[in-house]
Design a binder for this molecule. Structure first.
Ligand code: ZN
Ligand code: ZN
Length: 380
């Protein structure tokens, strides 16, 4: 007896006790017979057997899949994407009956009913849209809920990098989170996590939401500055992750908003895993309690000899190298300092020598205050 003959006998045995649809019957034997279509195999095995009863396992769920395809098309209609994957949620009773038949007839190594439904939905969506099926890293992921006839879709986050140049004082770097959701995203903030757009973060976010859609934009800044600082030269680098974007592609490069210019904006595959090392060229306006003279200021050159040690409240200690120093006396108790240092030096504390050693006050032996500081350039 051939495998096929044995299978016909078993199929008839099963059909005598349980009504099965073409898909469910075919699925029980298609792997063994190396058939690609469960439905066609099921039809063949049943021959002319026609019944009006519903499938014991799936209650004729397969007949209804076009309805779910429509839900998938609806929920994805505003999104542009190339690849997709599908997950399905089905009633536990269907899975139970499937398990029961499979164990009763000792059918091993076959697809479960859920796997098959997922496959069929995938095929339907592919046929309709010609989007690429990608099981591991798709642009969008559908979750089709066959229990309550709903469908959700998640669009994979996109990442961008860029730089910003700030030519006007008074714009803060970071945006305050939405007061209702503390940044998680809610109906009030349109799921952005921020409800105002008057900082650098806010201005860039607003621009990106317009370009790509999406819910939240999470920034990684390469260093930070004061609200009153300028950021000049090639600007400060940043990375941003946009959740649930509608678009995944757009022509980008640079864009200017009054006193804020964003340059080198591009889509990247992922945010950097480790913190980036960078150097900052900073100009500081410093006032001193006691009068200063040029001889005194000369001592600042010593900063190049040893790294500056920074102590944090958390107990963390870090070292920042100072590569170059220039100074210019402006009056008897003000001067301008231009330093190039390793990124992340806490500028104001460095001037007043608070938990930073050696600091400017310490070196000049008089209390110093940083009136203003600007970033002339930032190098990564
Ligand atoms: Zn069925
Ligand atoms: Zn909110």
């Amino acid at each position: 007896m051939t495998d096929y003959q044995k299978i016909i006998i078993l199929a008839n045995q099963i059909l005598k006790k349980y009504e099965l649809c073409d898909n469910c019957l075919g699925r029980l034997f298609s792997k063994q017979l190396h058939r690609s279509s469960n439905k066609l195999l099921g039809k063949k095995l049943k021959k002319n057997l026609n019944s009006t009863k519903k499938c014991y396992i799936c209650k004729n769920l397969f007949e209804n899949l076009n309805h779910f395809l429509k839900l998938m098309l609806d929920v994805s209609s505003n999104y542009s994407f190339l690849s997709f994957s599908v997950g399905a949620m089905i009633k536990p009773s269907i899975i139970d009956r499937d398990d029961y038949i499979r164990s009763k007839y000792k059918l091993k190594g076959i697809d479960s009913v859920k796997t098959d439904i997922t496959k069929e939905l995938r095929k339907l969506f592919f046929k309709k849209t010609k989007k690429i099926i990608d099981l591991l890293d798709s642009d969008v992921t559908f979750t089709v809920n066959l229990k309550d006839e709903s469908c959700e879709m998640r669009s994979k986050s996109i990442y961008l990098s860029g730089r910003y140049i700030k030519t006007l004082r008074g714009i803060p770097q970071k945006q305050k989170s939405c007061e209702n959701c503390f940044g998680k995203g809610c109906r009030i903030c349109n799921f952005h996590g921020i409800s105002e757009f008057n900082s650098i973060e806010g201005i860039i976010s607003k621009f990106l939401f317009k370009k790509f859609g999406g819910t939240t934009a999470k920034f990684t800044w390469i260093g930070g500055e004061d609200k009153s600082s300028l950021v000049l030269g090639t600007g400060r680098p940043f990375f941003v992750k946009i959740k649930n974007p509608l678009k995944r592609n757009s022509k980008l490069n640079s864009v200017t908003f009054d006193s804020l210019k964003i340059t080198n904006l591009k889509i990247i595959t992922e945010s950097p895993k480790k913190p980036l090392k960078f150097n900052s060229l900073i100009e500081l306006k410093i006032s001193t309690e006691n009068d200063i003279d040029s001889k005194n200021l000369k001592k600042l050159k010593d900063l190049k000899k040893l790294p500056v040690v920074v102590y944090e409240k958390s107990g963390k200690r870090s070292e920042k190298k100072v590569f170059s120093i220039k100074y210019k006396k402006n009056s008897k108790n003000t001067f301008t300092l231009v330093i190039q240092s390793e990124g992340g030096l806490p500028v104001k504390r460095f001037v007043s020598s608070i938990d930073v050693t050696p600091g400017i006050s310490q070196i000049l032996n008089t209390s110093c205050m940083c009136q203003e500081f600007d970033f002339l350039d930032i190098k990564v």
